[in-house]
Design a protein around this ligand. Structure first.
Ligand SMILES: [Zn+2]
Ligand SMILES: [Zn+2]
Length: 234
């Protein structure tokens, strides 16, 4: 844990706390509507395409979580305008004090991720209609976009469960079976080991991201893009 610089996120300002609640409510409403649409589609002869698409979307969300986490840890700082105090400061605090995530109110824990997922959720809501097409590929795409956007909204909650001492029994079972990232796999990120372990949904993509991200950092360094104060990963 000593590899991370010391940072404390400032107390959540009232306006940000209200924004968290709005983001969670809006994202939840869209997610419920999308799940209902997918259920309609699945029960009208497209069960296999929808389930296949949702599986792909869940896997893609793991990659997206890893890439976003890597970008925020490596190239952004708490002083970055707008995103710094809102997103990066809590990230840095989490590196210094992983248990703080569990002490945050659940709206604060999920607000930023719901905000990040809103564009995808809105895109899915505006473009996907269960009655729109009988094409199987459209069913796959619908399921994929739905699962990816909902999972992205839940990413920080899944992450928090990887730190929780008393996660719900179902969650612990999903962690044991590898559907959700297990605490011991995510702990590698906080230990500063060779494994960077940025992805926090199921962690299936960490093996590939751990190889790819140092190469991308080297390439970007040649273009003059340097890591932020946190420095490159150990
Ligand atoms: Zn991190
Ligand atoms: Zn963590």
């Amino acid at each position: 844990m000593g590899v991370w610089p010391t940072h404390r996120a400032p107390p959540r300002r009232p306006l940000l706390a209200i924004a968290d609640a709005v983001h969670v409510a809006f994202a939840s409403a869209l997610a419920i509507a999308l799940v209902w649409r997918m259920a309609m589609r699945a029960t009208s002869g497209q069960l296999v395409p929808v389930v296949l698409g949702m599986l792909l979307g869940f896997l893609a969300a793991d990659v997206a979580s890893g890439l976003l986490h890597w970008w925020c840890d490596t190239y952004l700082a708490p002083t970055t305008p707008l995103l710094g105090p809102m997103i990066i400061a809590p990230f840095r605090e989490h590196h210094e004090d992983p248990a703080a995530l569990g002490r945050h109110h659940w709206l604060e824990r999920n607000g930023n991720n719901c905000l990040a997922a809103l564009p995808l959720l809105l895109l899915a809501f505006c473009t996907l209609r269960p009655w729109q097409s009988a094409c199987a590929w459209h069913g796959v795409a619908s399921g994929c976009l739905t699962a990816a956007s909902i999972t992205l909204g839940l990413t920080n909650q899944i992450h928090a469960w990887a730190h929780a001492e008393n996660a719900p029994r179902l969650v612990r079972w999903l962690q044991r079976t590898g559907v959700l990232i297990a605490p011991e796999r995510h702990a590698l990120h906080h230990m500063g080991s060779r494994e960077r372990a940025y992805a926090v949904v199921s962690g299936w993509s960490n093996r590939w991201l751990d190889r790819a991200t140092p190469r991308v950092e080297s390439a970007l360094a040649h273009l003059g893009m340097r890591p932020s104060e946190r420095g490159s990963a150990p």
